[in-house]
Design a protein around this ligand. Sequence first.
Ligand SMILES: [Zn+2]
Length: 294
Amino acid sequence: MVGGERKLTAAPSPFKLETAQHSVSASGKRYSQLTEFVARVITGLIGAGIFAFGARRMRALSTSGAFAGTVVGTIALAAGWNWGILLVAHFISASALSKLGEKRKARLVGAVVEKGDHRDAKQVLANGGVYALAAIAYMLSRTNAWYAVGIGALAASAADTWATEIGTLAGRNPRSIVSGQPVPAGTSGGVSLIGTIASLGGALFIAAGAAIARWPVPFTAVVLGGLAGAMADSLLGATLQTRRWCDVCAKPTERPVHNCGNRTRRTGGVRGFDNDAVNAVCSGVGALVALLLS
Ligand SMILES: [Zn+2]
C-alpha cells in the first residue's frame, strides 16, 4: 500500500493526474487508518501490559492472569479505543469490589470458593474471552452486531461479579436459586436480595458505559443481557457445576484441594464443569440475549 503510493508520486503522469491524486488520497486514508491501528496495538501492548502487571503486583491477577489480561486488553484496544476503555472500566470495578471487605470475605467463603482473588489465565479468559472474540470479529467484519455480542458478554460478567462480591459481603441468608433452601455464603447458585440488586448494578454500569461511548446497542438490551447472564450463572452453579466435598473438614467446597490441604472429592455436578466454565457460559448467554434484543 505504502510502496504503491510512493511509486505513484514518483512518476506522475499528466494524463492520469486526477486518478493518481484520487488514488493517493484513498491510500493516504488507508495509511492513516493503518497508522492509528498500529498506534492502538502498541498502546494496547504497553498499556494493557503495565495495567495487567500492576494488577498482578496488587494481587488482583496471577502471573498467567496478567499475560492473559495483556492479550485480551491488546485485542480490545486493537478493535478501538472505546473497546479498551470499557474493558478497563469493567476490570477496575470488578477488582475494586473484590478488594472491598477482602478479609471479611476470605473468612466467610475462603474455604468454599474455588479460587482466591488472584485471577489466573483461565479465569481472565472465562470472563473476557467472549468480549475479545467479539472484538476480533468486529475488526474483521465491521458489523455492528459484534458490539452487542461484546457488550452483552461484558455486562453479564459485571453483573455476576458485582453480585458475587457484594452479595458475599452484605447479602443475608443466601438460598439456592433452584431449591430455595438456605446455603452457606459463597456457594455457587446461592442468591440473596442484595446480591440480585448488585447484579442489576453491574449490568447498569456496563450499559451506561456503552451509552456514553455511543455504542449502537439499546441500553435495555445490555441490561437484560447482563441480568440473563448472571441468572444463567446462578442456575448452572446450582445444577451442573462440579460440587466437591472435603472429608477432613466435612464441608462442601469448589476447591480441588481444600484450604486445609486435603484433596477433595466430587459429589455432584458435571466433571470438569468448574466455575470458569460456568462464567464462560454466563458471558455467552449475556452476549446472545443482548444480540437478540438489539
Ligand atoms: Zn478441608
